[in-house]
Ligand binder design. Sequence first.
Ligand SMILES: O=P(O)(O)OC[C@H]1O[C@H](OP(=O)(O)OP(=O)(O)O)[C@H](O)[C@@H]1O
Ligand SMILES: O=c1[nH]c(=O)c2nc[nH]c2[nH]1
Ligand SMILES: [Mg+2]
Length: 172
Amino acid sequence: MQTPPTQKNPSVEKAFHVSWDQFHRDARALAWRLSGAAPFVGVVAITRGGLVPAAIVARELDMRIIDTFCVASYVDEKVQGSVKVLKTVSPELGRKDGEGLLVIDDLVDTGATVKLVRSLLPKAHVATVYAKPLGRPLVDTFITEVSQDTWIYFPWDLGLSFQAPIAQSERG
Ligand SMILES: O=P(O)(O)OC[C@H]1O[C@H](OP(=O)(O)OP(=O)(O)O)[C@H](O)[C@@H]1O
Ligand SMILES: O=c1[nH]c(=O)c2nc[nH]c2[nH]1
Ligand SMILES: [Mg+2]
């Protein structure tokens, strides 16, 4: 299954850099919020970004049944291709339209990924750590909203590098 052809994100101007520490705290906050909706029969991570928060949430909620929903979409930074399903959940977990499942991703942006997952698991509870306005109505639980023109930089995509002083960057 696949969503309609390639689309580009609206102009992304701002940057939101997330450290490992901040991501861990935000994912734990998500687990706290989800504890009110528990119990779930299993956790499903939307790969690949959902693997990290899924591990943290599963640890906090003491869940051991963990599966993946594997998709591929963004072909390049900030450019989204059509979303393709590479693997869905096991038939055992996926029966009953995903009822009782907790589906986790790192963020919802345009909502294309979550829409596709929801079309196959309509009764699952979908949670993300971060949400942008376009995708926000498609998730049941999230922690932090950022504006649509913000690109979120995750710690697994970053490395340490020199930062020019603010005064220097203001001089151009
Ligand atoms: O709401 P959308 O516009 O669909 O965007 C959100 C999706 O984009 C990113 O995944 P990406 O496809 O870049 O792959 P990755 O998780 O393997 O990095 C992110 O992890 C979400 O899954
Ligand atoms: O690392 C990422 N940051 C984002 O803001 C984003 N939106 C879609 N896909 C994304 N990946
Ligand atoms: Mg992803």
